[in-house]
Design a protein around this ligand. Structure first.
Ligand code: ADP
Ligand code: MG
Length: 807
């Protein structure tokens, strides 16, 4: 049952003095006051409750001292939730709500009811009339949560909306105009990018940002943080097939492993050997492959090598309807509108013999991290925050507040089974799944890739075990399947986090066999791999044992797993005790310990890379804000601006013929056009600078200082360019009978735009390898929004030149 206050207070006291914020005593007074209002609220008629809500709204809008309204607002939501949804927020949910309200990162276990907890602070912040975004993990959840929680908001007279991919501008604007809006960070970020290309104020869908509550926060704030959201545009004539990529794919296909090209021992990086370089030079008549004239060609060859040998169909991408679709490394899910950067995408299309999709010009981009930092108030919730506490603090200024479960967790997290080789691990997995399945106990198996899922399904079929597979195709459908993962006899195989956000109830979604499954020991979670991030492993474990349910979790690991091999964990095990291949699980605790240690090291490295990237993007973000502020004033401007001063003679003569209003409109469009174009160019220049920087690092300079100086210069240049181009365009205006034809002046925007995400993860490793011990991880910043392999090509080029100065 729900905790009573005394036992909660007991536990609160016991947590005092622990390292992360587990001390909840600060919230105790608020919690008590909300509790004291409960009887009063319960005795009110529905209409009276609504009246109190509108009264609160009036007061909230009149003076903005939100804290005064916290107790009343939370008590109203608690009662409204009880009436509208028959769920009375537990004390722990109220605590979580209070922490969210204060802008913290709340850790609360899976199944504890974060969705409802967020309604309290969201309702309260929405009263201000300034809008609140609840940022969900995917589109399906945006809609589900808005519809699920909608009755509470509406009961209290607040409006709620949701946004999903493909929605019209009108519907989006309506959704953002609501008091509370459920939307993914990705969609909200794309809307921001789109509105920065707006020609008219009506195209703007967002209101000024106010407050965001991020669900599955570690995934968005940490794992996906570096993913750039990109908006690209195409002029009408782009899109010719890329003949060179096809030729290069064939060329690379004819090269031999070991002789012409080699990967590093962890298959993270691939490059031509000296023999391979000589061979390519003899096959194509372009002279010295390492001359600077051939840098682009070398880059294309590297892309082709990477596409051919390091990216695997059905692991890293799938081909559907004649298109490459990327599989997200973290979720294992197919991501519809995510691309690799152009060069690699082209190489992949050539490898798969697909029609080349036209590339486009990047008009603007922003990383999710930078997007999220635009909210003046930010808070978040997730089941796994503690391991990332340091980064959440340093990067977003968020403190982690740990909320205890409503009922203590009794899940058993068992020690990993470690095997020497893959085959032994798989045999043991199949035997264990078959054994547990025979009892009728439900099993959820978490795999690392689509390929592994398929393999396991095949093996299980051989022993007569039928299972459901979630390969990340359709969020809504997967949610229905995952919801049944706790049913009697269910075996569900799922890539990482597919179906995240969906509650797994014991005995099935309707809990028809709840008792039977409880008697069997609850949900049995099995992981087939350790992930790079401990948090992802914990997410998987957390699928079992929700709200005090019984359950177990265990990982099966082999010394041939990608994590172990790619990161060289083997090397940490002394040769003395390195085991010989055997069928049974290893008993040595030392090996388990080393795997855990490696995971911590990898996580630390990844955090460091993100931190560096962060430094690199700071200046650009400041510049972005400045440009957008200026753009916004021009967008909404209806009066003449500075043309009069910029070019006064011309202005006087045109004003005579055309009128001041007309010139104001012309100026507005001219400025917008040139600002946008210059910004796009500046971003491209910044990407180039990042790539060049790392060569300079080899020369001993501090890359960040160099980068900052160069980007600041580029920005100054950009401002000057904009000024002179505006004047130039203005001077070229001819006053004709019909006025001015702006399109004829070449001021039309791009004919079409599209948005996508760039997942640069595949190259992070490559860069790390390329840079090896020579330079610090710091230069991984080259990855920010740009193609890693170019950096790696440049490095390769540089290194070989050094080694063979005569070539
Ligand atoms: P989380 O996001 O923390 O994993 P959810 O918000 O999906 O959890 O909620 C998990 C389950 O708990 C849902 O089935 C929901 O109906 C139930 N639940 C949440 N809060 C309450 C409550 N106060 N009373 C009863 N059931 C609740
Ligand atoms: Mg949830």
């Amino acid at each position: 049952m729900a905790w009573d206050l005394t036992s909660l207070r007991d536990r609160i006291e016991r947590w005092n003095g622990s390292s992360i914020e587990e001390d909840l005593s600060r919230y105790q007074p608020g919690l008590s006051q909300i509790g004291q209002l409960e009887t009063e609220m319960r005795n009110l008629e529905d209409f009276a409750l609504r009246e109190r809500s509108s009264d609160l709204r009036r007061r909230a809008r009149a003076d903005e001292a939100e804290p005064e309204f916290v107790v009343e607002a939370f008590a109203l939501v608690r009662e409204a939730s009880r009436r509208a949804l028959e769920m009375r927020p537990f004390d722990v949910q109220v605590l979580a709500g209070l922490a969210l309200h204060e802008g913290h990162l709340v850790e609360m276990a899976t199944g504890e009811g974060k969705t409802l907890a967020a309604v309290m602070p969201a309702y309260l912040a929405g009263l201000s009339g300034k809008g609140v975004h609840v940022l969900t993990f995917n589109d399906y959840l945006a809609r589900r949560d808005a519809e699920w929680m909608g009755p509470i908001y509406r009961f209290l007279g607040s409006s709620v909306g949701w946004v999903e991919e493909g929605m019209s501008v009108r519907d989006r604007r309506a959704a953002y105009a609501c008091d509370v809006t459920y939307v993914t960070a990705k969609e909200a970020g794309f809307d921001l990018l789109r509105e920065h290309l707006a020609r008219e104020p009506e195209e703007i869908v967002h209101r000024p940002f106010h407050f965001a509550i991020v669900d599955e926060a570690d995934s968005i704030l940490i794992d996906e943080a570096r993913v750039p959201l990109v908006i690209a545009g195409r002029a009408a004539d782009a899109g010719l097939p890329d003949a060179s990529a096809v030729g290069i794919a064939e060329l690379v296909h004819g090269l031999e492993r070991g002789r012409d090209w080699a990967t590093d021992e962890y298959e993270r990086n691939v490059e031509l050997t000296d023999d391979g370089i000589a061979r390519v030079e003899s096959l194509i008549d372009r002279g010295n492959l390492l001359s600077s004239a051939n840098l682009e060609l070398l880059t294309e060859i590297n892309c082709a090598l990477h596409a051919t040998h390091l990216l695997h169909r059905d692991v890293d991408y799938i081909v559907r309807e004649g298109r490459i679709r990327l599989v997200d490394e973290f979720t294992g899910r197919v991501v519809e509108d995510r691309h690799w950067p152009d060069g690699l995408q082209a190489a992949l299309e050539a490898k798969e013999k697909l029609e080349r999709r036209p590339g486009g010009r990047i008009l603007s981009s922003i990383t999710l991290q930078d997007y999220l930092r635009l909210y003046p108030r930010l808070s978040g919730m997730t089941a796994t925050a503690r391991p990332a506490a340091g980064e959440l603090k340093s990067c977003y200024g968020l403190d982690v507040v740990v909320i205890p479960p409503n009922r203590p967790s009794i899940r058993l997290d068992e020690l990993d089974h470690v095997f020497t080789h893959r085959a032994a691990k798989h045999a043991a997995l199949v035997a264990e799944i078959a054994r547990v399945h025979e009892q009728g106990r439900p099993i959820l198996v978490g795999t690392a890739s689509v390929e592994e899922s398929e393999e396991l399904v095949g093996l299980l079929r051989e022993v007569g075990v039928h299972c459901q597979v979630l390969n990340a195709r359709n969020d809504a459908k997967e949610a229905t399947i995952v919801a049944e993962a706790g049913a009697l006899g269910a075996v569900t195989i799922s890539t990482n986090m597919a179906g995240r956000g969906t509650d797994i109830k014991l005995g099935g979604a309707a809990e028809q066999d709840h008792e039977a499954v409880v008697d069997l020991g609850g949900l049995c979670v099995i992981g087939t791999n350790r992930h790079e991030s401990l948090r992802i492993d914990q997410q998987l474990r957390g699928r079992a044992g929700r709200q005090g349910d019984p359950g177990t979790s265990r990982f099966f690991v082999s010394l041939e797993d990608p994590l172990i091999v790619r990161y060289g964990v083997n090397d940490l095990i002394p040769a003395k005790i390195y085991p010989r291949p055997q069928q049974e699980a290893l008993e040595n605790p030392f090996i388990r310990h080393e795997i855990a240690r490696a995971q911590r090291i990898i996580e630390g490295q990844n955090a460091e890379i993100r931190n560096t990237l962060n430094h690199y993007s700071k200046l650009l973000e400041e510049q972005r804000r400045a440009v957008y502020r200026e753009r916004r004033t021009w967008l909404e401007r209806r009066a003449p601006g500075r043309l009069r001063e910029r070019s006064s003679e011309r202005y006087q003569s045109l004003a005579k013929d055309l009128g001041e209003d007309y010139l104001a409109e012309a100026e507005r469009r001219i400025v917008l056009f040139h600002l946008d174009r210059a910004w796009s160019r500046h971003l491209a220049r910044a990407a180039d600078i990042r790539e060049g920087i790392h060569l300079r690092k080899i020369g001993g300079d501090d890359p960040l200082v160099e980068f900052t100086r160069a980007v600041a210069d580029s920005f100054r240049e950009m401002r000057l360019e904009v000024e002179s181009e505006i004047v130039k365009t203005f001077e070229s205006i001819e006053a004709r009978a019909g006025g001015v034809d702006l399109e004829a002046l070449g001021l039309a925007g791009p004919t079409s735009t599209w948005t996508y995400l760039v997942n640069d993860d595949p190259f992070r490793d490559q860069l790390a390898t390329a840079l090896g011990g020579n330079v610090g991880v710091g230069v991984a910043a080259a990855a920010l929004a740009g193609p890693f392999w170019i950096a790696s090509t440049a490095y390769q080029y540089f290194r070989r030149r050094r080694r063979q100065p005569s070539r």
